[in-house]
Design a protein around this ligand. Structure first.
Ligand code: ADP
Ligand code: F6P
Length: 323
């Protein structure tokens, strides 16, 4: 009998619960014992393990967040911290670990794998910045939440003929802003990967009115040099000359808190099942993700040493479609 642990780490993402459920029930189906680790890597260091049966993961597929809780654990970045984690796993006779999380979490997973622990990563972060998966668990739901807000802001923006700036999450990655901007019909999109000056943003917003639009929306990534705060400060200082005001909405953690949609439930389920299949095959030290629409594996060392690139051609598409 195998004893397997699963944890969720980093920023939570809608669908993490579905992935935990899939890992647990697929593992149980193999006759294995399954354990959840509470609060990400902090729970590994504290030895906070929780036996999980089929009923313990019931009623969670439709819930956002993570029943195991997540966390950011600085101690795990230190060797003594990781050694403590490995000691706890060994004392509890846990033979393998599934890590559901983003690039930071997969860096930790790689270090455990290098230390000899059988580890499988599952691609999960709303930022969609993880090499080895074209889309990660939580992205689709976060995008839909951002879109709902953008759609609502457009309504009030049109009533008042106002310019609005909406900031979305994503850390240093502009994926959420780019896709929310295109699918929300934004007049201008500002992302870290392509610098846009405040004057260029102003020109695009003004251009929208000149072309007869009733609203002008800028979708801005939090990680851009000119994010919501920087742009709104600039517009405040140059208000008279620029000739219009901006209303600013920062969506923040609202994007992370929703219930997973069908896409994320299915993606998380497929990846959770695939993680267990990898353990069966004893092919450890890999991330399971989605590549060309299919479940695929990528070595963790490759995952953490490569950067996922954004398709910047989409920015030009967005510009054309905003005319
Ligand atoms: P995400 O996994 O969503 O990218 P973080 O970057 O916050 O989120 O990483 C989650 C956790 O993974 C961190 O709190 C830490 O415990 C662990 N981690 C991140 N980077 C490293 C690293 N370089 N070495 C070891 N563990 C790391
Ligand atoms: O990585 C996911 C994410 O939501 C980023 O988009 C954001 O920058 C960050 O986490 C926020 O972190 P915290 O929840 O710790 O404030």
């Amino acid at each position: 009998m195998k004893r397997i642990a699963v944890l969720t780490s980093g920023g939570d993402a809608a669908g993490m619960n579905a992935a935990v459920r899939a890992v647990v029930r697929t593992g149980l189906d193999n006759g294995w014992e399954l354990y959840g680790v509470r609060c990400g890597y902090a729970g590994l260091i504290a030895g906070d393990f929780l036996p999980l049966g089929a009923r313990d993961v019931g009623g969670i597929i439709q819930l956002g967040g993570t029943m195991l809780r997540s966390g950011r654990c600085l101690d795990f970045k230190t060797e003594p911290g990781r050694n403590e984690a490995l000691r706890n796993l060994s004392e509890n006779q846990i033979e393998a670990l599934v890590v559901i999380g983003g690039d930071g979490s997969q860096t930790g997973a790689h270090l455990l794998s290098q230390a000899g622990l059988p580890v499988i990563g599952v691609a999960s972060t709303i930022d969609n910045d993880l090499y080895g998966s074209e889309i990660t668990i939580g992205v689709d739901t976060a995008l839909n939440i951002a879109l709902e807000s953008i759609d609502r802001l457009k309504v009030t923006a049109s009533s008042h003929k106002r310019a609005f700036l909406v900031e979305v999450m994503g850390r240093k990655c502009g994926y959420l802003a780019l896709i929310a901007g295109i699918t929300g019909g934004a007049e201008v999109i500002v992302i870290p990967e392509f610098e846009t000056s405040p004057e260029e943003v102003a020109a695009e917003l003004r251009g929208a009115y000149e072309r007869g639009k009733a609203h002008a929306i800028a979708v801005v990534a939090e990680g851009a040099r000119y994010n919501a705060r920087a742009l709104s400060d600039y517009f405040q200082v140059h208000k008279e000359r620029l000739g219009f005001e901006l209303r600013v909405t920062t969506l923040g953690h609202v994007q992370r808190g929703g219930a997973p949609g069908a896409f994320d439930r299915l993606l998380a389920t497929r990846l959770g099942v695939a993680a267990v299949r990898q353990l069966e095959k004893k092919e450890y030290g890999v991330l399971v993700g989605l590549l060309d629409g299919e479940v695929a594996t990528t070595r963790l060392d490759e995952v953490i040493s490569n950067k996922k690139l954004l398709d910047l051609k989409l920015l030009e598409t967005a510009r054309i479609l905003a005319r």
